[in-house]
Structures are given as C-alpha cells and as structure tokens.
Design a protein around this ligand. Structure first.
Ligand code: ADP
Ligand code: F6P
Length: 320
C-alpha cells in the first residue's frame, strides 16, 4: 500500500482536523502518498481529490470543522455510486481509504469495501458519541465543554431572574452529550431518549426545590428526548415558574478541539495508518479503557447502544 486517501463525512466534529493532520503526517513519515477527498462521499463520486503534503495540514490542529469539508450524500447508499467512487480511487492507483465520521459514514465505508474491494478503516468522528463500540468519539469532549460554557452563562441569567432553564443539546438518539454535560454542569434534571421521564414528578421536585430556597433550576434536554416546546409549556403550567428554552444548536459542533479530542485524534490516526500498512481492511478504530484498538467494522456497527445508567444515577443523586 503506497497510496492512501482520507475523507471526512457526516456532521463535522472538533478534532477532525487534528485527525486529518495526524493521518497525513504519519502516513508521509511511513513513505505513503496521501490524497484528501473533498466533501466526503460526494467528493469521491465527483472526483474531488487532492494530493496532500505535510504543509497541506499546517495550522489546523487547533481548528474545529474540517478542512476537507464534509457532506451528507444520500445517493452513496446505491451500489452504482459506490462503484463510481471506487473508480475515482482506482484512477489514482489508490486502494485504501480512511473515513472519519459517524455510523452512517462507517456504513458507506463498509459498502465500499464489500461491494468494490477498497481497503477501508473507519475513525469515529462525531460529537454525538453514538458509536457504542468505542468509549469516545472525536469531538464529543469538545462539544460537552461547549455545553458546559453555555450552562455557566445560563446559570448567571437564570439565577438573576429566578427562572428554570431548559437547555436543548444535540446527540440525535443518543443522550451522552446531555448526560455528561448534566453531571459536569450540576444540572438538576437530564432528559434523554434512553430514560423515560415524568414531567409531573419533575414539576413537583422543581416546586419543592423553590420551597427549600433554590432560586433557579437547570434542566438539560437531549434533542431526541421528545417535544421540547410541549415539555416547556407543561412545566410552566404545572409549576407556575418561568421556564426558558435555549437551543444550543451548531454552536456546540464548532470551536477549537480540547486536548482530549486532539490527543484522541492523533492516537486513532496512527492506529488507522498502521492498520493500512498491515493490509488490514474493514476495520473500525476505537478506544476502550484508554487503550486504542480495532475491530471489524460490521461488528462495530452492530454493538448496541449502552447508556451509562451508573453515571445517570450519580448525576441524579448529586443534583438533589
Ligand atoms: P454520520 O456519519 O455522522 O452518522 P450520516 O448518517 O449523515 O452521518 O452519514 C454520512 C454519509 O454516509 C451519508 O450522507 C451517506 O453518504 C453515507 N451513508 C450513510 N448511511 C449509509 C448506508 N447505509 N450505506 C452507504 N452509505 C451510507
Ligand atoms: O451528528 C451530529 C449532529 O450534529 C447531530 O447531533 C444533529 O442531530 C445532526 O448532526 C444535525 O445535522 P445537520 O448538520 O444535517 O443539521
């Protein structure tokens, strides 16, 4: 394997650039030519491919987003477009591809390997932390820290006005951003898709907290947990308190990656390039108990989401 391509796909995540940089520089150090694909699978189909040097990745280790750009490319689910993508790679004499993205991107990589014989390695890059085979995905730590900054700011204003804050965070069907931000930010309630919740009970607890002298409250709400506006209205009518919603949105997807995400990105990149050198394909790189490992990409995708109930319980105990 002398030529390798890299793409970023799905939602961007802080640390993707640090990962691209590490892949490029480590591969070059191992005498491999590296190519960057623009806009994920869309760029692979459209032949948007550029030779990369150590200088192509200068001054990006600290930047959020992805210099390679990213895209959602629904047509890539069809074999016809996968074959077109494989032809792009073959035209450059490239037989190996590193894909940095979430579960959808991993499915695309797997198809490219199964249907077109391209060697693929997936590196988990998404703020959602929704790839269950790995403890952490690149971008998650930074996103949670961004949410924590928002919680700090909201505490100031909610406290001044004696309000209840209902903060919506991202994560699709995964409540990890909400859970870790709730625990680390000292929220009183964490509403996630994984754990059923009762608005009447929450309302009672909020009212009791005010009787105990609390002057404001923080509820973190994962976007997949239900109808935020309906919940807000119900909380207001049951408690008589002023409930204000904030949707953090894309703010939590950008920004300079934290140390944890940059180091994770570098460690995973090295593993991915090493796997390519060893001729291993259809692999997913992950981290378990601070150990970088790899496993079959289909098996990785099949691992069932395992919400951290223990952490959720700790969060609830500390909140009361
Ligand atoms: P993420 O990778 O963050 O989960 P998406 O689910 O949007 O983001 O997936 C990113 C891209 O991966 C999609 O736009 C599509 O090009 C490709 N993809 C997703 N699912 C599949 C699939 N089942 N088969 C082939 N390609 C897929
Ligand atoms: O997967 C990352 C993510 O930011 C999710 O948390 C969110 O639901 C989704 O992407 C938003 O996607 P889009 O960029 O298409 O609006």
């Amino acid at each position: 394997m002398k030529k390798l391509a890299i793409l970023t796909s799905g939602g961007d995540a802080p640390g993707m650039n640090a990962c691209v940089r590490a892949c490029v520089r480590y591969a070059i150090a191992k005498d491999i030519d590296v190519y960057g694909i623009e806009r994920g699978y869309a760029g692979l189909i459209a032949n948007k491919i550029n030779f990369m040097s150590t200088r192509s990745v200068s001054d990006i280790v600290h930047r959020g987003g992805t210099i390679l750009k990213t895209a959602r490319c629904p047509e890539f689910k069809s074999v016809e477009f996968q074959e077109q993508a494989a032809e792009t790679l073959q035209a450059y004499g490239i037989d190996s591809l590193i894909v940095i993205g979430g579960d959808g991107s991993f499915r695309g990589a797997k198809d490219l390997s199964d249907n077109c014989g391209i060697n693929v390695v997936g590196i988990p890059g998404t703020i959602d932390n929704d790839l269950a085979y790995t403890d952490y995905t690149i971008g998650f730590d930074t996103a949670v820290n961004t949410v924590l900054n928002a919680i700090n700011n909201l505490r100031d204003t909610m406290g001044s006005h004696e309000r209840v804050s209902l903060l919506e965070v991202m994560g699709r069907k995964c409540g990890d951003i909400a859970l870790y931000a709730s625990l680390a930010g000292g929220a009183e309630f964490c509403l996630t898709p994984e754990v059923p919740f009762d608005i009447k009970e929450i309302s009672k607890t909020l009212v009791k907290s005010r009787k105990r002298g609390k002057t404001s409250n923080m509820i973190v709400f994962a976007e997949g947990a239900g109808d935020r506006e309906a919940i807000c209205k119900e909380l207001e009518s049951l408690t008589g308190l002023s409930v204000k919603t904030t949707t953090l949105g894309y703010v939590q997807r950008g920004g300079a990656p934290t140390m944890a995400d940059r180091v994770l990105a570098a460690r995973m990149a090295v593993k991915a390039v090493d796997l390519m050198i060893e001729g291993k394909t259809n692999r997913a790189v992950g981290i378990k108990d601070n150990h970088i490992f790899d496993m079959d990409i289909s098996e990785a995708l099949a691992v069932k989401h395992n919400f951290n109930d223990e952490l959720y319980n700790v969060m609830n105990i500390l909140a009361r």
